[in-house]
Design a protein around this ligand. Sequence first.
Ligand SMILES: [Zn+2]
Ligand SMILES: [Zn+2]
Length: 495
Amino acid sequence: MRRSDRIIDVPLEWFDERSNVLNQKEKQVRRFVTSWLVLGLGLSLSIGGAGSVRGQGTITAVDAAEGVAEKTVESADQLEQLIAKDYDVYLADLFDHFHRNPELSLVEFRTAARMARELRAVGFDVTEGVGGTGIVAMMKNGEGPLVMMRADMDGLPVEEKSGLSNASKATQESPITGNVVPVMHACGHDVHITSMVGTARYMSTHRDIWSGTLMLVVQPAEERVIGARAMKQDRLWQRFGLPDFALAFHVSARDEAGKINVTDGSPYAGADTVDILIHGVGAHGASPHRGKDPIVLGSQIVMALQTLVSRELSPRDPGVVTVGSFHSGTKHNIISDEARLQLTVRNTSLETRKTLLDGIRRIAVNMGRVAGLPEDKLPEVTVSKESVPPTINTASLAQKLRQAWIAEIGEAAVIDVLTKGMGAEDFPVFTSDPDIPAVYWSVGGTPKKDFEAEEAGGPLVPSHHSPLFKIEPELSVKRGVHSTVVALLTLMAAE
Ligand SMILES: [Zn+2]
Ligand SMILES: [Zn+2]
C-alpha cells in the first residue's frame, strides 16, 4: 500500500470539514491533496500550536520529502487554497520570525542559516556561503529548462516604528561603521524569503507536474547593490549552471495588496555612482589670476551637466544626473587646488546609460580645457564598480507570464503600471553579461483601505525604507508564492 493511500483513510474527512478544497470528486485530486496534507500534518505536529511558538523563532522545519504527490493537476482555485492553507500552518509563523529578526547587508548569518535549513528540509540540494552569506538551492527534476528564482534577504539600519506587535527590536553591529544600530525589514525582503520557502514547499511536493531544474538563489546585500555581484564572482554560473530563465519579485508598498504588477519595460532603473576629481592651481584669494579656481570650474561643470537630460535625451527617455556632493576648499581667502563632485546617474536603458556617462566625461574634460588646464590636469571621471545596469524585462517572457497570471489568478489581480521613481536593484547583475531572459515583477503589499484613507486626507502610506513601513504579510506572501509557482509551472510544465 502506498503511503498516500494509507493516510487517506484518516485525515481526509478532517480536512474535508475544514476546507472547500476537497469538494472534488476526482480521485487524483484527492491524492494530491492528501500528499499536501502529509506535509501539513507533519508540520502542524512539529510546530505544536502556532500561537505558542509565534515570534520565538523556534519553529522546526521538517523533512517534507515524504509528501511528494502523485501525478495530479489541480484547478487554479485549489492551488490558491493550498497556498492559503500552508500560510496558515507554516508561512505565517515563518514570516513573523523573519520580521522580528532582520539582519544587515553582508551579515545575514542567521537568516541565511534558517533559509538553508528550510530549503534542505523540503529536499533541495543546498550550498551555503556563495558570495558571502548567499545560498543556492537546487532541485533537479528531469529534463527541462534551468530556472532561477531569486530572493534578497537583507534588512536595513532603521529603527522600526510601525507600531506592529511583531515590530523588530533587533540591533546589530554595522559592518560599515562598527556601531551597533537598530535593524528593520523596512523594504519587505522578509516577504521575499518567506514566499521563497512557500514556493519551495509547493514545488518539492509537486514534482510530478513540472520538469527541469529549479535554482533558488537567496541573495545577500541587495540594499548595498553588491550581493548579486559577489555571488556571480563566486562562480555562480560555473558551479550551478547558467539559467535559461531568471525570475524575481519585490513586494511593493505602492501597490494594493495582492496585485501583481508586471511591465514589458524597465521596472527598476540602472544606477551609476560617478566621482569627478577637478584639479586646480591653489592661490591667494586676492590673486585669482595666479591660480586655476576649481570651484568656479566645478560650478560650470555642475551647470553644464544639467543639459545632458534636458538637451541630449529624448523627452520620452527618462534619465537622472544628480550632483549630490561638491567639496572643495578650506578657508575664505584661499583658492583651493582641487574639488570633488559625487554624482548618481540613473537610466532605464543601456543606450541612455551610455549617453549620460559619455556626456559626463565629455563635459568634465572639455570644461577643464575651456578653463585652460593642461592636458595632464584635466578633470578625472571615475565610474564606480558598484554601478548596476537597468532591470529590463524580456518582453516576450513578461507577456507569457502575464497571460499565465491572468488565466490562473484572474485579470483583476494583474496590472501593468510603470513606476515613477528611478530606484535601482542589483538583480540585473545576474541577468546581464551574459544576458538571461528575465522577468522582475512586483506584488502589492498595502491594504486597499490604507490607500483610501490616504486619499481621504488620512495618514500617508509609508514608503519603503521608512521606519513606519508596513506590509500586509498574509496577502503579499500568499500572492508571492502563487505568482512564483504559476510562473515556474508555466516555464517548466511537465510534458
Ligand atoms: Zn530597499
Ligand atoms: Zn528591497
